[in-house]
Design a binder for this molecule. Sequence first.
Ligand code: SAH
Ligand code: DHB
Ligand code: MG
Length: 222
Amino acid sequence: MAGPDADAVDAYIVDRLVGADPAVEAALAANAAAGLPAIDVSIAQGKLLHLLAFQTGARRILEVGTLGGVSTIWLARALPDGGRIVTLEIDPHHAAVARDNIARAGHAGQVDIRVGPATAALDAMIAAGEGGFDFAFIDADKENNPAYVRAAMALARPGATIIVDNVVRKGGIVDLSDADPAMAGTRALYETVAAEPRLSATAIQTVGAKGWDGFLIARFIG
Ligand code: SAH
Ligand code: DHB
Ligand code: MG
């Protein structure tokens, strides 16, 4: 008989420490019914994002890559009264599903979904002086990861937290024979962060419901 595996441990963790979550479960079901890819953060990862946003006292959160709004819902739950999330999504169908999921979860009034390419939306936000974000979660097209981190720094207050998803990809990050442009974008992200004295960062590898991957976690020193 095979021994325990990372998926079984993920289920154990979620069962003990997170519990049933009707709003997230409804969002995942709606995503599947609408044909969205099942690439949302896992339950344990979503709870981690929620805890980090809560522990850092985030009032204004920037998200790049909404999909069906699962990570948005986890982050919205951390907001104090008057807190807001701006989340950027290129695909109008994803954005429409997310809008319904977020409303059903009771967070419509806290979330501003902007539909279109994130690079243009971020440039417009910078031009409009929409700064002061406390927390950013970057989880869209990986080719643009360096640009997204630069934009997040331009929009963040000193001391802000910047998190980037999918920075390990089953070890592909160190497999230089892997010519996937997404992987190249994430390698360029590491180089950008490494060369940036205004960021203090690490990355943590994860296993479980989404396979072997990881989060990059940075503090924007300012
Ligand atoms: N953060 C979500 C998952 C996001 S999946 C969650 O955990 O629940 C990545 C999303 O980024 C997809 O919905 C995709 O349409 C979107 N995306 C891809 N390229 C983009 C771009 N250039 N600008 C904005 N969004 C983009
Ligand atoms: C993919 C994208 C993601 O953001 C993720 O968390 C997992 C997979 C993908 O494009 O395959
Ligand atoms: Mg991701």
